[in-house]
Ligand binder design. Structure first.
Ligand code: KIV
Ligand code: NA
Length: 269
């Protein structure tokens, strides 16, 4: 199987409608990528690794080096999905030139095919700058976690007329700037539907609408690794319970000297 390309993802919305929704999940490690790859169209190396892997309180402390290390691991662990790597907070907002330098490092050092950055109208110039220089960009609008301090929290966006209009104009701006796709996160459903119907690029929803052109979730959230997850997460497994039960059984067998058994020990010939 050949790896999906940016144009192949874009062609999925040919004629303005995505017949088969795009499947996207996060992956941060090679093994996770191996397990998810065949089921997905896009693997996102999200800066959500801040909370999921590093126990950080927000995505703001994530560095370019962290994203590159995990991005390279995910590219090595996959061969089918398009790999998109998040640009971390502080690595792209200052200028299109700063964004290009950061994105070029991400692309060159990981082998990924595209980067993702947060922001709408304010980032349009940067998106155009990168796109014209051969770096495909996925935009991220609506609830943008890197702006948590400005937004005042992680609540759903778009309930006021003003916010509603801003999210719609952000979507138009990133599409016109050349983004190949856009993630819309945590918005009231009518906004997600309007964006999906009005933009020619695939609109990928998270906490958005089943009518979007695709869906993304943090893999650990949908695998049930966490007790507390946002309302928009559906848990498809209970990994936390599996891990906890396995550790409990192991601990009990170590303490009772039942492990290691005959099958796990070496004897002289
Ligand atoms: O970092 C991340 O995991 C993301 C997705 C949730 C869209 O940006
Ligand atoms: Na992110």
């Amino acid at each position: 199987m050949k790896r999906l390309t940016v144009p192949a993802i874009q062609r999925r919305k040919a004629g303005g409608i995505t017949a088969e929704p795009l499947v996207m999940l996060t992956a941060y490690t090679a093994r996770q990528a191996q397990l998810l790859d065949e089921h997905c169209d896009i693997l996102l190396v999200g800066d959500s690794l801040a909370q999921v892997i590093y126990g950080l309180p927000s995505t703001l402390p994530v560095t370019l080096d962290m994203m590159i290390a995990h991005g390279a691991a995910v590219v090595r662990g996959s061969y089918h999905s398009l790999v998109v790597v998040d640009m971390p907070f502080g690595s792209y907002e200052e200028s299109p030139q700063q964004a290009f330098a950061s994105a070029a490092r991400i692309m060159a050092e990981t082998g990924c095919a595209a980067v993702k950055l947060e922001g709408g109208t304010a980032m349009a110039e940067t998106i155009a700058f990168l796109t014209r220089r051969g770096i495909p960009v996925m935009a991220h609008i609506g609830l943008t976690p890197q702006a948590v301090n400005a937004l005042g929290g992680y609540g759903a966006r778009g309930r006021s007329q003003e916010e509603h209009a801003k999210i719609i104009s952000d979507g138009k701006a990133v599409a016109e700037a050349g983004a190949f796709s856009v993630v819309v996160e945590g918005v009231i459903e009518p906004i997600a539907i309007a964006l999906t119907q009005s933009l020619e690029i695939p609109v990928i929803g998270i906490g958005a609408s089943a009518q979007c052109d695709g869906q993304v979730l943090v893999a650990e959230d949908m695998l049930g690794m966490f007790d507390r997850v946002p309302r928009f997460v559906k848990r498809y497994a209970d990994m936390a319970a599996l891990v906890s039960e396995a550790a409990a059984t192991y601990a009990q067998e170590v303490r009772s000297r039942a492990f290691p058994g005959a099958e796990q020990t070496y004897q002289p010939k």
